[in-house]
Write a protein that binds this ligand. Structure first.
Ligand SMILES: O=C(O)CCC(=O)C(=O)O
Ligand SMILES: [Fe+2]
Length: 184
């Protein structure tokens, strides 16, 4: 797989009304976000997170499932079996310099080692925050993810990525991991 094939961008994955609804339904329930191994360290990650499942958001879950299936067919061709974790909503606040340092989503725990694909959807309008750029480093050079609201970014979960410090406003994102037999 060449670095330029290491991610795919899907504009308009969710419409504005759905982004608003997710922020309004879940934005008040956020707790401090942990790390891949379930540890927490605010110098590595400072954000608030919560989770939703298929029964809470059947339409969004359907949309994500279809998008993942198509991207996997066209781009990744990984062996995927399920969503073993609920979808995550994260909020990075300018007041707290919200960020998430360079990391891979594949970890040592039973679930984190089965993460194969990471899907991130930008829920906030770019003019609602400053900084907060999602960046990928798939092969020695840094790629800035598009900030447009509703856009999905999909990449193998082992690819290094970060959220740069948010310096003003609030940035909301949705993350869904897709699981299967561990990479080997
Ligand atoms: O919020 C984002 O854009 C990325 C979140 C992330 O990398 C994670 O939760 O592992
Ligand atoms: Fe991540």
């Amino acid at each position: 797989m060449f670095p330029e094939q290491m991610y795919t961008i899907i504009p308009g994955a969710l419409d504005e009304a759905t982004c608003d609804r997710l922020i309004n339904s879940f934005g008040d329930e956020l707790d401090d976000g942990g790390l891949v191994q379930g540890q927490s360290a605010s110098h590595i990650r400072r954000s608030k997170i919560t989770w939703f499942n298929e029964s809470q958001e059947p339409v969004v879950t359907r949309c994500i499932t279809d998008m993942v299936a198509e991207a996997n067919r066209n781009v990744f061709d990984f062996s995927l079996s399920e969503f073993a974790e609920d979808a995550q909503i994260a909020c990075y606040s300018g007041d707290q310099r919200g960020h998430y340092d360079w990391h891979s989503d594949v970890g040592a725990s039973d679930i984190a080692r089965r993460r194969k694909l990471t899907l991130v959807i930008q829920l906030s309008e770019p003019d609602q925050y400053e900084g907060g750029l999602l960046q990928l480093n798939p092969g020695g050079h840094i790629i800035d993810a598009p900030m447009e609201r509703g856009t999905a970014i999909l990449f193998p979960s082992f690819v290094l990525h970060r959220v740069a410090p948010t310096t003003a406003g609030l940035r909301y994102s949705l993350t869904q991991w897709v699981h299967g037999t561990p990479f080997r």
